[in-house]
Design a protein around this ligand. Structure first.
Ligand SMILES: Nc1ncnc2c1ncn2[C@@H]1O[C@H](COP(=O)(O)OP(=O)(O)O)[C@@H](O)[C@H]1O
Ligand SMILES: [Mg+2]
Length: 369
């Protein structure tokens, strides 16, 4: 059998202790409360959750001692590391192993010790929950029982703490992975968009060319969303206003200086399921306003607003241009842009309302997060 010193240095035991990643962490109420309860039930002035490392003992929680660690050579607990359950030493001055210990042999030194081994699920003793007193005394049967129960709770808390930190680590990994996926998706979509653009440039048929360029713009808009997502700290929701701002910035470069944009948005966090359809809708509406509202001289303003109203969000795009063609109805229109807008709106549980202004056109959508 190992002697006391060897048992503290056992690599398996140290590995079991390090698995909890608890050494040198700040005080935590869950552990503080357990030592307070141990001291109170055992009627002892001192109680400690003592974790024994290779060369020191470190206290996750303590009452009545006022220190967080000591070197191992003056540790009392290390002597009980191989003894499962509870060890009681009624008077340490009578114990050959402890009577010369400086904590014990000075005046008003420690006399009474009762400790319960903290064993990990594989039976490795990693420390103790102990109570100490400055007078020799005994521990009653019910106090023993309570000390054992509290020691079990210390270990349960340590396991819980470990499980929570492992879960958080996994969540962080998942976020990183999602960010990576968004990054790659953005790159792939940009590549597809460039391919379509190249293809469109080679075409002479204006209808085919326009169809390809519209498709290219739609794909770019989705790529932009993934770009914003992988830059964001939250990988599951996106601030629609940030995205819309950059969508407009992108369009600014492509239109004549005569067209002005007026953008008024508030932060609105939505899931990706909503963000992508909404971004496509805005892309359609803005490109329509740019294409059709101000023909001829081409000067005018396009407005975009995103606001919160009655616990819902309201997205509006409008212009003061020539207005929709006579008799135009969004629900019966067979053109691809309008079809896209109505079906995407439906997909997010909303409806696109198209309204004639005098002059101009407004499209409004109300949606929830
Ligand atoms: N803001 C607008 N101002 C004037 N006309 C518009 C506006 N938006 C759409 N339109 C009209 O509605 C038609 C259908 O739009 P859309 O479905 O997006 O098709 P596309 O953009 O491919 O022509 C357009 O061709 C245009 O005549
Ligand atoms: Mg269109």
């Amino acid at each position: 059998m190992l002697d006391d010193q060897d048992s503290t240095q056992s690599p398996e035991r140290l590995a079991a202790l390090y698995r909890y990643q608890i050494l040198d962490t700040p005080r935590e109420p869950a552990f503080d409360q357990l030592v307070e309860l141990a001291a109170s039930i055992c009627e002892a002035p001192i109680s400690v959750i003592n974790l024994i490392e290779g060369h020191r003992q470190w206290f996750k929680a303590e009452v009545g001692l006022g220190i967080r660690e000591t070197p191992l050579d003056i540790s009392i607990c290390r002597h009980v590391l191989l003894q499962p359950g509870i060890t009681v030493i009624e008077d340490m001055r009578d114990d050959q192993r402890l009577c010369f210990n400086p904590l014990v042999n000075k005046d008003s030194g420690l006399r009474f010790y009762a400790g319960c081994l903290l064993e990990d699920p594989n039976g490795q003793g990693i420390g103790t929950l102990c109570v100490l007193d400055r007078r020799p005394r005994e521990l009653s049967g019910s106090q023993r029982k309570a000390l054992k129960t509290l020691a079990d709770q210390v270990l349960a808390q340590m396991e819980l703490r470990l499980a929570i930190s492992q879960k958080n680590e996994l969540l962080a990994q998942k976020d990183l992975l999602l960010q990576e996926v968004n990054h790659r998706t953005k790159n792939n979509l940009q590549l597809i968009s460039s391919l379509i653009q190249l293809q469109a440039r080679r075409l002479t048929n204006p209808i085919a060319k326009k169809a390809l360029m519209d498709t290219q713009a739609r794909i770019s808009s989705i790529a932009l969303m993934h770009e914003k997502l992988y830059q964001a700290s939250d990988t599951e929701s996106v601030d629609l206003s940030v995205f819309l701002d950059s969508l407009i910035d992108g369009l600014r470069d492509t239109v004549s200086a005569k067209v002005r944009f007026e953008v008024d948005t508030v932060p609105v966090y939505v899931s990706l399921d909503k963000a992508i359809p909404l971004s496509l809708i805005v892309n359609e509406l803005i490109t329509n306003a740019l294409k059709y509202a101000y023909p001829g001289a081409g000067a005018g303003t396009v407005w975009l607003s995103l606001a919160e109203r009655d616990q819902r969000f309201e997205l509006r795009v409008w212009d003061e241009g020539v207005g929709l063609p006579q008799g135009f109805d969004i629900h019966t229109s067979r053109s691809l842009g309008m079809k896209l807008i109505t079906s995407l709106a439906k997909q997010i549980g909303s409806e696109a309302e198209l309204k004639a202004l005098s002059p101009g056109v407004e499209c409004r959508l109300r949606f929830t997060r």
